[in-house]
Design a protein. Structure first.
Length: 163
């Protein structure tokens, strides 16, 4: 029964050992049986928390543009060991994190935003910084990237208005 539960869970998507242990506990599988089954699945490389963490970081940093702190929190919530989390996060460096934040800001900037109006620009800056913070970016990085992107857009709009 425990084997079938684990196989069913892994059919849907990769899972960490802790996620599978929690699922077995929910189904009232005795802990000793659960440990034996999970150990066997690890031996067969069907459960691999290190590979799970690497794939999670690759996927979530690309598709959701999450910062390292958000990725770290998600992996910790899934029960990945801290050393495996840190190893997986090495895939995301400062430059790629900054580039992802800038791309997010550019996607959120709508054409026709009233950037020449100081109050509107400040309101937009607060919203952009908040959006980046929700994605796990540090306040300093969020503010710097949003400010820079807004400034570049404002310069571009002024140049276009002169033409």
């Amino acid at each position: 029964m425990a084997r079938a539960i684990v196989l069913r869970q892994l059919t849907n998507s990769a899972k960490t050992r802790r996620q599978l242990a929690d699922k077995l506990a929910e189904r009232n599988v005795p802990q000793q049986v659960a440990e034996t089954v999970l150990d066997r699945f690890e031996e067969l490389k069907l459960i691999d928390d290190a590979e799970f963490a690497r794939a999670w970081v690759r996927s979530r940093s690309q598709t959701r543009s999450l910062a390292r702190s958000a990725l770290r929190r998600e992996l910790q919530d899934k029960g990945v060991a801290p050393e495996l989390v840190e190893e997986a996060l090495l895939q995301v460096n400062d430059d790629s994190e900054r580039a992802a934040a800038a791309e997010l800001v550019r996607r959120k900037l709508r054409p026709g935003s009233l950037l020449s109006d100081r109050a509107e620009r400040d309101k937009l800056l607060r919203r952009l910084v908040s959006m980046l913070a929700r994605k796990g970016y540090s306040p300093g990085l969020a503010f710097a990237v949003a400010s820079q992107e807004l400034e570049e857009r404002l310069v571009e709009e002024r140049r276009d208005a002169q033409l």
